[in-house]
Write a protein that binds this ligand. Sequence first.
Ligand SMILES: [Fe+2]
Length: 431
Amino acid sequence: ASLTARPPLPLIRFLLQTMHCVGRESNPGVYGSMVITWTTEDKVDSVVEYSQWGGKFLDQTAKGSSVVFEDGGSEKRKMYIHRVTLSDLKPGSTYVYHCGSDAGWSDLFYFTALDESVHWSPKFAVYGDMGNENPQSLAQLQKDTQARMYDVILHVGDFAYDMDEDNARIGDEFMRQVESIAAYVPYMTCPGNHEQAYNFSNYRNRFSMPGDTESLWYSWNIGPVHIVSFSTELFFYLNYGLDLVFKQYEWLKKDLEEAAKPENRALRPWIITMGHRPMYCSNADRDDCTKFESYVRTGRNDTTPPVPGLEDLFYKFGVDLELWAHEHSYERLWPVYGYKVYNGSVEHPYVNPKAPVHIITGSAGCRERTDPFIPTPRDWSAFRSSDYGYARMQVFNSSHLYLEQVSDDQDSKVIDSMWLVKEKHGPQAWL
Ligand SMILES: [Fe+2]
């Protein structure tokens, strides 16, 4: 269906609206804020008009700025990335907005400002590896998101396949596709291998995560959770600088140290990490996670100096849950450390587990199809599926977290679920 009266075509084309929340913690006293990001082909103003749901329509205006992004392809295509920060949002209130300028406006969208309290139960969609071609889970994600099933979406790396292709037109197209979800809830990301072209330039420019690393690594808080997002790709693309992987490691250490301080952990007991390439997986390929000496897990010895791995670091600070993608499948692991299983008990493996829990959910859908598994699962593998799909997660309170995997091949059937129950957090929980 479409309306018959048509306004003249806008002078600019909208390629993207995506939002994310900025680091509220670094701005004490500033209430919830949201960054709206979009792209145009022309240099025009950066404006968001918005209003609280039910109030006087679009009665508030916020202005931002744009930067030029030049793609690395042969055409050296230029585009303008606009960013506008909405601040002083009322937590829990829903806002209607559009973005653009007097040269042309986007459709209308809405979002709900995140609750600032630690006493609520945020709901997430979690997945990786969604492409421009064959984004099989996107339809269901649109339905879920617009029915307000999620507060946040976590896209754990690998976008578009690939954003830089066809002189970054595939990136444009992908952003238009995910606008149907990313304009409604914060769309939080980390980089994957498919973003590596021209030193991750499409990724670094098109997203606007908190912090000052151009979205490569950052952390943020939501409800009772501290979420740490990082780049596993730094372990693999040393051509972009060996120093970066050390820089990230030092940052991770500092960030986890801070989050693990008793006063902080009392407020936000859950620490959840998200990175693209897993430390463990039982897929039938030759990927890093299939090897005992995975770079991400144990580091690299072929560099000077050697690069430290992340398993010990995450264990030391009592990371509760590690979210991964890259393998185009779903795999739930038993609590694991150093290739050994540390279940809470035989009857209740996820009640007071003695090691972090890993979830791999990288089958949202892309042109590379799904990945099969080796016939016999590893000791630490609890459940696996090669169906297309994505995960839903809700952190209920300081002790209870729920996660389920939805199969898009089986009519959105929930094919796996887990309650992670922890009376204690931090390294003392491992004892
Ligand atoms: Fe990947």
